[in-house]
Design a protein around this ligand. Structure first.
Ligand code: GLC
Length: 556
């Protein structure tokens, strides 16, 4: 690893934080979070220590899919502010050393997008081929829908022109025809526009559908090669901005994920979310057995040096468990979401982590420490740093999209508007702002927030985890995960006890060389100079050890 690489490939050792502007902080008191509010809270994020901010869609939208249904690729939703305020956000973030990435929705638009409005006027309209149409009755596609409570087909009949259009998501989100070079040009212009405004990259939405369409559409003229498309966007991205990064939402099996990294050429996405590792982590937590994580990590394909996994425990969607087997999913449901109102679409849970873990502070800290210790780039969803819970009464995925809880005051300090005017109500009850909020936690050294800040700062001093060679260290306790990430002369060894019972494990520091010592990164002390160190863990206990040449104080 060279210093020049680490600064260029910033995403390999970043800490990413995702938020939705409309639920973060409302500066003008109208009940909806806004860019001005976010700009005021950039210092909060800098203090927490994150290094990359991912903004969920902020584009003009009828907001029927939380902004993922956009009507203008170049605009800013006027409820959130304007381009000037967005530039203030980016500028302030950059000043604090934070890169900013935007959600990029290439798969579809809103049905109110001017292109679709025009396209449905007639079959000969200039914008007709911006979307995917068929003139014959579609087959039964009810098994392919993403939201089975709302849709029963991925095709919708357009009454006016008598043809059906493709929509992998809601019927109000027609799929773009990415086999049309004009549409691809348009996407590139969009990428170029936001790069010029200062963004450092994109989280690319819904990529599996580009692939699945090849099977579902049938008409070769409408089928896009998803890899050619990714290479085109990536090539353009890095011609315009060498440092820019694309993080893909690709919830597919490992071999297909490897393809979307661009395989050996590494010329498609630089980053992808580790959906498989995330789901394995929940299975491991439910079983109190590290086995599923070890399997998932060992099965991860080797990726190019410029590529990286984004690890996470929660995001803005349901906690999808679609990659687990039926019996495994049932285990996780039984452990973390046994009630029907906690479940969504038979495949996921509409809860946040702390409630799933019964509010146990030791277990919650262990889960985040574990996620941060996995090889990759940790990704947080706003509110995780204070342990926010969900609002199960909210519709579907909105359960985890509630306003940020800043204080115990009115509306959790999110907005001064009347509660009835809030974009979404604040979480009620035991996880509400009276009990869970930023202000009380930042002043409490024992709070989850203080723990998360420490965890982030330690993670940022461990390039081994983003860059190093990962291995699992064998030891006899199934409830314990011992991982080692080696980079050049130093290594980080992490030990996590997934079980409620205390356990003691012998951790080899370096079997080949006893001229090494281990430093406990949380306690900031040298714990052993021996070849093997005995680690006693409480239930849900964990340790981060750096292994370095004895007495080498140059390595923290
Ligand atoms: C992605 C987003 C999800 C959205 C969907 C359609 O899966 O994460 O929130 O509904 O794309 O845009």
């Amino acid at each position: 690893m060279r210093v020049t690489d680490t600064s260029d490939l910033w995403w390999k050792s970043a800490v990413i934080y995702c938020l939705d502007v409309e639920t973060f902080y409302d500066a003008d008191g109208d009940g909806t979070g806004d860019l001005e509010g976010l700009a005021q809270r950039i210092d909060y994020l800098a203090e927490l220590g994150i290094t990359c901010l991912w903004l969920m869609p902020f584009y003009p939208s009828p907001d029927r899919d939380d902004g993922y249904d956009l009507t203008d690729f170049y605009g800013v939703d006027p409820r959130l502010g304007n381009h000037g305020q967005l530039v203030e956000v980016i500028r302030t973030a950059h000043d604090r050393g934070i890169n900013v990435i935007a959600d990029l929705v290439v798969n579809h638009t809103s049905d109110r997008h001017p292109w679709f409005q025009a396209a449905r006027r007639s079959t000969s309209n200039r914008y007709r081929d911006h979307y995917v149409w068929r003139d014959t009755e579609p087959p039964d596609t009810s098994k392919l829908v993403v939201f089975p409570d709302r849709e029963d087909s991925i095709w919708e009949l357009d009454d006016r022109t008598g043809e059906w259009y493709l929509h992998n998501f809601y019927k109000h989100q027609p799929d773009l025809n990415l086999a049309n070079p004009e549409v691809v040009d348009e996407i590139l212009r969009v990428v170029g526009f936001w790069l010029e405004l200062g963004f450092d990259g994109f989280r690319v939405d819904g990529i599996p559908f580009l692939e699945q369409n090849a099977k579902n559409i049938g008409d070769p003229a409408l089928v896009v090669d998803p890899h050619e498309l990714m290479r085109t966007i990536r090539g353009f991205l890095n011609r315009r901005a060498g440092h820019a990064m694309m993080l893909g939402e690709v919830n597919l099996a490992h071999p297909q994920q490897l393809d979307f990294f661009g395989g050996d050429s590494a010329d498609e996405l630089q980053m992808q979310f580790d959906f498989i590792g995330m789901q394995a982590t929940y299975l491991a937590l439910a079983r109190e057995d590290a086995g599923p994580i070890v399997t998932a990590l060992q099965e991860r394909p080797a990726i190019g040096v410029t590529c990286q996994w984004a690890t996470f425990l929660r995001n803005h969607d349901e906690l999808t468990l679609d990659k687990l087997g039926d019996a495994e999913r049932a285990e996780v449901f039984a452990a973390f979401g046994p009630e029907p109102e906690m479940q969504l679409y038979d495949r996921g849970l509409k809860r946040r982590l702390p409630t799933m873990l019964g509010g146990d502070p030791r277990r919650i800290r262990m889960a985040y420490s574990l996620m941060f210790s996995l090889p990759g780039t940790p990704t947080l969803y706003y509110g995780e740093e204070i342990g926010m819970g969900e609002d199960l009464a909210a519709d579907g995925r909105m359960a985890v999209r509630t306003p940020m809880q800043w204080s115990a005051g009115r509306n959790g300090g999110f907005s001064t508007a009347a509660p009835s005017r809030l974009v979404q109500r604040v979480v009620p009850g035991a996880c509400g702002p009276e009990h869970v909020n930023v202000v009380s936690q930042v002043h409490d050294p024992d709070s989850l927030w203080s723990f998360m800040r420490k965890l982030i700062s330690i993670r940022r001093t461990c390039p081994e985890l983003g860059w190093g060679t990962w291995s699992v260290v064998d030891q006899p306790s199934a409830q314990v995960l011992v991982q080692r990430c080696q980079l050049d002369g130093s290594a980080v060894v992490t030990v996590h006890n997934l079980g409620a019972d205390p356990v003691t494990v012998d951790v080899p520091i370096d079997p080949r060389d006893d001229g090494l010592e281990a430093v406990d990164l949380m306690a900031e002390e040298v714990v052993t100079g021996a070849a093997t160190t005995r680690v006693a863990l409480e239930g849900y206990g964990f340790r981060w050890l750096r292994v370095r040449p004895a007495g080498d104080l140059a390595i923290p």
